[in-house]
Design a protein around this ligand. Structure first.
Ligand code: MG
Length: 200
């Protein structure tokens, strides 16, 4: 669906009169505007549901259904505008959403991951809390020794995958593949040499 949205956004953007004047700042205002429209409808719904004064009498009768319809439309606008920003910056949003969803699950220790298959797998794992049957989960708390994983620093909230070199029989193969990738790319030769010396 997101791929379809991107194609449609691109096609419409190409045809939009004055579109050549649109920059990132405008896209930001656009998203903020749509978020504001959504929040205003949510305010009206909250006001209606709680009986808070402020609605015109003729607005109250039968308004909830209309408000829900409006809210659905504004939510759609927000998603469309979010994709326009991603498009402007060359970001492919489709893989970002499951990745970010799963990152939040891991961060909060909730074994529910994006997509039916992984969700079912991880829910089953919850019933059988055994490492061999479990999928990815937050087993370690990783902190950089240079302080750069602190809030506001470049590596805050980065993802790390930890290998147990003493007990995981597959860890060596993973290190071997990593070293080969480093050597093929001719990058970090010192790291590649150290890993090879220590683990392979
Ligand atoms: Mg709107």
């Amino acid at each position: 669906m997101l791929n379809e949205l991107r194609k449609s956004n691109q096609a419409r953007q190409d045809a939009w009169p004055g579109g050549e004047e649109i920059d990132l700042a405008f896209r930001g205002l656009e998203l903020g505007g749509e978020a504001g429209e959504l929040l205003n409808k949510l305010k009206k719904l909250t006001r209606l549901d709680r009986g808070i004064q402020g609605q015109k009498a003729e607005e109250i009768a039968g308004q909830r259904g209309h408000l829900l319809r409006d809210i659905a439309e504004e939510l759609a606008d927000v998603v469309i505008c979010a994709d326009l920003i991603a498009m402007h910056l060359g970001i492919d949003l489709a893989p970002e959403i499951p990745a970010k969803f799963d990152k939040t699950s891991r961060k909060n220790g909730i074994p529910v991951y994006f997509g039916e298959r992984s969700t079912l797998h991880n829910l089953a794992a919850e019933a059988m809390p055994d490492d061999e049957k479990r999928g990815l989960y937050s087993k370690f708390k990783v902190e950089r020794t240079d302080g750069r994983s602190a809030p506001g620093e470049k590596h805050h909230d980065c993802e790390y995958f930890v290998l147990d070199m003493d007990h995981d029989e597959h860890a060596r193969a993973a290190i071997e593949a990593y070293v080969k990738s480093l050597e093929d790319a001719e990058q970090y030769p010192g790291l590649a040499a150290d890993l090879r010396y220590r683990y392979l």
